[in-house]
Write a protein that binds this ligand. Structure first.
Ligand SMILES: Nc1nc2c(ncn2[C@@H]2O[C@H](COP(=O)(O)OP(=O)(O)OP(=O)(O)O)[C@@H](O)[C@H]2O)c(=O)[nH]1
Ligand SMILES: [Mg+2]
Length: 371
């Protein structure tokens, strides 16, 4: 019986070897599902062993951004430039051996920037301290990829994150899974499934041991998306890409690199010469999609100087979590004025989605303390 590592390797090789076409599409879909299941098993075993000491990172600020790059691309130099935090920089690989945090301001928000040890190809398999670094990446709110002219292979860098279940600049697939004990597998969809037709969806589900229950598709998902939904441990993060040491590149080299990096829009910076840093910070703030929420105590005007900073997609319950006191407990309803309100003073519940510059009053049950 082949070991787990051998089984993974042979599935990876076979996927690589098999040309993708109509005739092989089912076979490849099933192989990918099998590979995903084997990788889940590898992760489970690594966790069981303890896998060495992980990094303890205390998140702070309104959002945490991790700098991800190969060794020596200039991550620590950038952290020190942008935040003043001292992180040793040197001309040899693996200068940074732990996670070094720094703080950065953007508008009214504070952003925590994490300098991390360099990743190496194979990190997702556990090379170097790859697994520990990747587990920190899974906990951040955004990734700042960094490459330099000597290590320009962004696609390899990104593949390390993908291999550990991190999905960049995409949304979770619109697939709802409901498991049950018996009754077989039912698949339904609100759109035509063109990439999982002919029983491929149920074949993939079976690889995951999903034999009974309901799978509902709300988009024309790919096999990879179904596998992500079944694996269940994927994280979806926004990311931007910086090319450091740009002062070493002549214009023609820049153009070639830009072309190769597409569709990612790279920002050219020089941490050492302090070029492009303002644009970089601007890019980070934009990608984090902050929204400003003004809290209005009942019967008083809102405090416009001191917004609560949340992120696009956040809801009333995220606001409750951010405000002092146990508002979540006594919460009765919220009233909204501004972009997300259908009319001024609309009454909404915990699930209401907030927008930039909303004004919100939290109403609490009698006996609880309001805000
Ligand atoms: N030419 C040039 N060199 C730079 C630039 N930024 C950093 N360096 C140099 O690149 C080398 C590596 O910089 P670090 O900041 O230590 O790189 P790192 O990514 O933190 O490296 P590890 O911690 O080992 O992964 C140092 O010698 C820096 O002085 C830059 O913009 N231009
Ligand atoms: Mg470093």
């Amino acid at each position: 019986m082949a070991t787990l590592e051998e089984q993974i390797k042979s599935a990876e090789d076979e996927i690589q070897r098999t040309p993708y076409n109509k005739a092989t599409q089912h076979h490849i879909g099933r192989l990918k599902a099998k590979l995903a299941v084997l990788r889940l098993e590898r992760e489970k075993r690594a966790k069981g062993k303890g896998g060495g000491l992980g990094y303890a990172v205390r998140k702070s600020g309104h959002a945490t951004v991790g700098i991800v790059g190969f060794p020596s691309v200039g991550k620590s130099t950038l952290l020190t430039d942008l935040t003043g935090a001292a992180s040793q920089a040197a001309a040899y690989d693996f200068t940074t051996l732990s996670i070094i945090p720094g703080m950065l301001r953007w508008g009214g928000a504070s952003i925590q920037l994490l300098d991390m040890p360099g990743l190496v190809p194979g990190a997702a398999k556990g090379r170097g301290r790859g697994r520990e670094v990747l587990s920190v990446v899974r906990a951040v709110d955004m990734v700042l990829f960094m490459i330099d002219p000597e290590h320009p292979d962004f696609h390899a860098l990104r593949a390390e994150l993908e291999g550990s279940g991190v999905r960049i600049n995409t949304k979770p697939p619109k697939i709802v899974l409901t498991k049950s004990d018996r009754g077989g597998l039912t698949i339904s969809s609100t759109v035509k499934l063109t990439q999982l037709a002919g029983g491929l969806a149920s074949q993939i589900a079976r690889e995951f041991g999903f034999h009974n229950g309901l799978i509902v598709f709300r988009e024309d998902a790919t096999p990879d998306q179904l596998i992500d939904a079944l694996a269940g441990n994927r994280v979806y993060l926004p990311a931007i890409l910086a090319v450091n040491k740009c002062e070493l590149l002549v214009p023609a080299e820049r153009a070639t690199l830009l072309q190769r990096l597409r569709p990612f829009q790279a920002l050219f910076v020089s941490a050492r010469e302090r070029i492009g840093l303002t644009e970089l910070v601007e890019g980070i703030g934009k990608a984090l999609a902050f929204i400003r929420i003004y809290v209005k105590p009942p019967g008083k005007p809102p405090d416009r100087d001191d917004p609560v900073i949340l992120r696009q997609g956040d809801r009333i319950h995220d606001l409750l979590n951010r405000l002092p006191g146990d508002l979540d407990h006594g919460f009765r309803a919220a009233q909204i004025w501004g972009p997300s309100a259908r009319f001024p003073g609309q009454t909404v519940g915990r699930e209401h989605g907030l927008r930039d510059e909303d004004v919100v009053t939290i109403l609490v049950q009698r006996g609880s303390r309001g805000s």
